[in-house]
Design a protein around this ligand. Structure first.
Ligand code: GLN
Length: 533
């Protein structure tokens, strides 16, 4: 059996330093050198998964093909690596404790006191190893959420310490990410926070192997040498991560400083060949040299926090580059759109996307937006709730079904054109109970969606409880809103499109979760093309 190598990525000084991007970038480089790699995120909060979190808390909830509701960093992992992640790639404290407590109730620890050490740490270590079970990967990167020194992350840090001891230095390394702030009053970049952060890590028994220093400007060799000396790492193991214009540039920056070869050297793994990054570099050239430019409005109710729509924004980066088009995204608050200001707010956009969401806040603004796009022949892309709003609008204004609605918002509506899915009717628990993950869909030939995909069978990821009510399907079809995609098993309408419109498509699934740098999602590519006109 081959030995799996483990890289742990921790962070210090502040949160939001971009551990996810550094992990994804390193993984990309290792993959480009021919290694099979995966990335895992350990989140120190007590929710079993982020599915029950409001997007204002941690940004978007990302969904894997196997139906796990996960942290948005998994989206970065997939977009960089172009390989699907799974349930095992995201573990929370809640899930760890749930497993241990269930085992305790079953009597698996009968007679013993169940404790953080060893029971919780053993479960954490089991989960870390689980991701590479079946020998699928040469290297596993594990990102530890939170900041070193947090009470919540202590059991994770202790598990890393134990694994390092158990597996040995050649199989397990720790990369620590810190911040090097610049003080304008003295004109200096300061290393003290990094030194303190490393000291904090040392107190837990971990000597980091590599330091990645986040900074808003380049750091000189003397500063890096000083950090190496005081933090006890090799000189070539101090890497700078300076702000760049796109996150997709980070792997190249890391390559230039040899982050990948430093890691491989520590693992005693070979690296003769140059990494295969031709396609990646081509993407960057296209991204930076657009021939067109468009403005797209994203209408949603969480727009104060763009991380709530991370995968959608990234899908536009991928599809923009493919179309050699710069996309200026304008986030528009759906609560602010009214009958009176809608022309004002929405004219001047080359295309409009109505975002996913839950609940009634801002819903009428989304419905109005769909009407504006339909009546003015503006490319329209409705995702999940966005599609449902387009259906509601069409029912009200074309089919004259006054007050038509989704029963999520108005369960007494006379025209429940969007209704709870049959299998959802008996479910009361909120956690992990939606229709989640990949489902097949058969596409109608001759539709715009068919043009976009170029095939009739697709699989897309879902996260919803409500659906198009097919009791009304004939009315819609006769009046020009056609079902362009149907689930072959359940007959659920997964895609609607308008016959007489430039580009008006609503999807019940989430195409944004499966767009990657090397495989931009066909619907986003086609939408952008339509926006360019
Ligand atoms: N709230 C809607 C539903 O549950 C849409 C969900 C979504 O947009 N992800 O069906």
């Amino acid at each position: 059996m081959k030995e799996v190598k483990y890289v742990f990525v921790t962070g210090g000084v502040t949160s939001s330093l971009g551990k996810g991007i550094i992990s994804a970038s390193l993984a990309k480089l290792l993959q480009a050198r021919g290694y099979s790699v995966t990335i895992q995120k350990l989140d120190p909060y007590i929710n079993v998964d982020p599915g029950t979190l409001n997007p204002y808390e941690h940004g978007e909830c990302y969904v894997t093909l196997d139906g796990a509701e996960t942290d948005l960093d998994l989206g970065h992992y997939e977009r960089f690596l172009n390989v699907p992640t799974s349930q095992a790639n995201n573990v929370t404290t809640g899930r760890i404790y749930q497993t241990v407590i269930n085992k305790e109730r079953k009597g698996d620890y009968l007679g013993k006191t169940v404790q953080v050490i060893p029971h919780i740490t053993d479960e954490i270590k089991r989960r870390i190893k689980l991701v590479s079970s079946g020998n699928k990967f040469d290297i596993v990167l594990t990102e530890i959420g939170g900041t070193v020194g947090d009470i919540e992350s202590l059991p994770y840090i202790e598990s890393v310490r134990q694994l390092k001891w158990e597996l040995g230095a050649q199989n397990c390394i720790v990369i620590h990410l810190t911040l090097v702030p610049y003080l304008s009053s003295t004109g200096e970049s300061k290393t003290k926070p990094t030194q303190h952060s490393v000291k904090e890590l040392l107190e837990t028994g971990i000597q980091p192997d590599i330091l990645v220093l986040r900074s808003d400007r380049n750091l000189n060799a003397e500063l890096k040498r000083k950090v190496a000396l005081f933090c006890n790492v090799e000189e070539n193991s101090v890497i700078e991560s300076v702000d760049v214009s796109t996150i997709y540039e980070v792997p190249i920056k890391m390559l230039e400083q040899g982050l990948d070869t430093t890691v491989l050297r520590k693992f005693a793994l070979p690296f003769e060949n140059e990494p295969q990054l031709d396609e990646w570099r081509e993407f960057l050239v296209k991204l930076k040299n657009p021939k067109n430019s468009i403005k797209v409005g994203i209408v949603g109710k969480y727009v104060e926090l763009p991380d709530a729509y991370k995968s959608i924004a990234e899908s536009f980066v991928h599809s923009g580059a493919m179309n050699e088009c710069e996309i200026d995204i304008e986030y528009i608050h759906s609560e602010e759109i009214t009958e009176h200001n809608m022309v004002d707010r929405l004219s001047g956009l080359n295309g409009i996307l109505v975002a996913p969401g839950f609940g009634s806040r801002g819903i009428e603004g989304k419905v109005l937006t769909a009407r504006y796009a339909r009546e003015n022949n503006i490319p329209f892309f409705g995702i999940c709730l966005g599609m449902q709003c387009a259906v509601i609008e069409f029912a009200r204004n074309v089919l004259n079904m006054e007050g038509a609605h989704s029963t999520e918002i108005n369960h007494k509506t006379r025209y429940p054109v969007i209704d709870l899915m049959e299998e959802q009717k008996s479910i009361t628990d909120k956690g992990g109970t939606m229709r989640l993950g990949g489902y097949k869909c058969i596409i109608t030939e001759g539709s715009k969606v068919f043009d976009a995909y170029g095939k009739t069978e697709i699989t897309e990821r879902h996260r919803h409880r409500f659906e198009f009510n097919d009791k009304y399907l004939d009315d819609f079809r006769k009046n020009g809103m056609i079902p362009a995609g149907i689930n072959p098993e359940s007959n659920l309408v997964e895609i609607i499109e308008l016959k007489d419109h430039k580009w008006f498509i609503g999807v019940q699934f989430h195409p944004e979760y499966s767009s990657t740098v090397l495989n931009p999602h066909p619907l986003f590519v086609s939408f952008v093309k339509a926006c360019i006109g």
